[in-house]
Design a binder for this molecule. Structure first.
Ligand code: PLP
Length: 481
């Protein structure tokens, strides 16, 4: 693939300005003058075509189906983007005094209240910048609470199911805890016996995702919460999958003490692309004094920032957090209304089950062949691999050739050759049918012509990059000398 430097031809230019180098250099101290920068020399049309071409290589949910399990790549209404780019929000300086930034403070105050209402928590902090950051913040809040009760040293373990997202044990470890794995049972839920065996006086809390990453609702959640509380431990809920239960069940009501939200999944900012995101954390009344400051409060008809909070864990993020993501979430909730976000969850679950039922003839769906799933489900390509040497990765690459973004692969770890499919509520029945037919066609290709599938994708500039090397040893420079 040609870079802009490959397209460079000496003497071409996309502007008519005379650079007058001698005049400019006069003003630059000698020791600060460079020896000349090699910039690409291209005409305007080449420049425009180059970057337009690059933009077309980008895959987006606006262009096609994106069933990336756990990432909730749903369609995000454009009105949210318009609101976030309103000058009154986008030009706000983060150091403005509160009396000059009442609008955004009011929006944040109301958003925190709405999120608290949806998930059943009396207090919500909007500061954390992502889900994993929310996890860390939540664990820091729990630590501060245990510290205050004189138990931080003795309670040094966190229980985490083996189906959990990798960020859960990472956050536990970063916060100084030992992560203890809880097995899943034959139904893909927390093995209650293993949980009881591992619950001890050292247990600070349990981190649980509900629905879990297999797309299954943890039916014993209330018992688990009660047993944790009777043991003096807390229940942390990873709320990344809240989009399956909004308006139907509230984690605060089934016993969670702390929960992070992924605004950049459930509440309409796209999750892909590395951010920015927002991972607000909701807590019970008992834990409220420990949330990060400043806290936005309404006082005499105005919104103020309260930093006089002696038990607070302090700031976890500069300024107010990622406010553009908050504006999108606010507009999303306001336009949906109470009945609306219940419908979001119902349709997310309906779409996942429709697709699951359509795909079960052609693929193994280990824990939910004949059982309802929530907003996502996990298919296994293990049998295809055993019989035909076709892996989950091959299927994912085959989808790229057909213009569909692959599902998440090889996660959760407890399903071999996993493909985790989350259709989301915004897709039509036609899009779901097309996907089911495409998956069937790929499975048939894998049986009839496995080599062509093993070499997919055939339609991209690079077919199968070494992903580990690309992450660990990226080549970010081009030799243009
Ligand atoms: C179940 C679950 N927990 C936690 C996270 C972490 O969220 P983030 O990527 O915003 O850090 C994710 C991300 O997709 C997730 O799916």
């Amino acid at each position: 693939m040609e870079t802009i430097f490959d397209k460079s031809r000496h003497g071409r230019s996309a502007h008519n300005l005379d650079p007058t180098p001698d005049f400019e250099q006069e003003w630059i101290p000698e020791n600060m003058r460079g020896s000349g920068i090699l910039l690409p020399e291209v005409d305007e049309l080449t420049l425009v075509r180059h970057y337009t071409g690059l933009s077309k290589l980008n895959f987006s949910v606006d262009a096609n189906f994106y069933p990336l399990g756990s990432c909730t790549m749903k369609y995000n209404p454009k009105i949210n983007e318009q609101a976030a780019s309103l000058e009154g929000f986008s030009s706000l300086h983060p150091l403005l005094e509160p009396d000059l930034s009442q609008g955004i403070l009011q929006l944040m105050h109301e958003l925190a209240r709405m999120l608290g209402e949806i998930a059943g928590f009396p207090a919500v902090t909007l500061q954390p910048a992502a889900g994993a950051h929310g996890e860390l913040t939540g664990l820091m809040i729990a630590s501060a609470w245990f510290e205050k009760n004189g138990e931080r040293d003795s309670r040094n373990e966190i229980l985490i199911p083996d189906s959990a997202h990798g960020t859960n044990p990472a956050s536990a470890s970063l916060c100084g805890y030992t992560a203890k794995e809880i097995k899943s049972d034959s139904r893909g839920l927390v093995d209650i016996n293993d949980f009881r065996k591992k619950l001890t006086g050292n247990t600070a809390l349990m981190m649980i995702t509900n629905p879990n990453t297999l797309g299954l609702f943890e039916e014993q959640i209330q018992d688990i919460a009660d047993e944790l509380h009777n043991n003096g431990s807390l229940l942390y809920m990873d709320g990344a999958n809240l989009n399956a239960i909004m308006g139907i069940a509230r984690p605060g009501d089934f016993g969670a003490d702390i929960m992070h939200f992924n605004l950049h999944k459930t509440f309409s900012t796209p999750h892909g692309g590395g951010g920015p995101g927002s991972g607000p954390v909701g807590v019970t009344e008992e834990l409220e004094p420990f949330i990060p400051f400043p806290v936005i409060k309404e006082q005499n008809g105005a919104f103020v920032l309260d930093s006089d909070r002696p038990d607070s864990i302090g700031r976890v993020r500069s300024f107010y957090g990622n406010t553009a993501v908050m504006v999108r979430a606010y507009v999303y909730l306001k336009t949906l209304g109470g009945e609306g976000f219940r419908r979001v969850s119902e349709n997310a679950v309906l779409n996942a089950n429709y697709l699951r039922a359509r795909m079960k003839e052609d693929f193994d769906i280990p824990f939910s062949t004949d059982r309802m799933c929530m907003h996502e489900f996990v298919v296994s390509a293990e049998n295809l691999k055993k019989k035909h040497g076709i892996t989950a990765l091959d299927i994912a690459k085959g989808l790229i050739d057909r213009g569909i973004h692959p599902p998440t692969v090889y996660f959760p770890l407890i399903i071999p050759e996993a493909l985790m499919i989350e259709p989301t509520e915004t897709e039509s029945i036609e899009a779901l049918d097309r996907f089911a037919e495409t998956m069937k066609e790929i499975a048939e290709q894998g049986i009839k012509d496995p080599d062509s599938l093993r070499n997919a994708p055939h339609s991209t500039h690079v077919s199968r990059p070494d992903e580990v090397a690309a992450a660990r040893d990226p080549v970010l420079r081009q030799d243009i000398s």
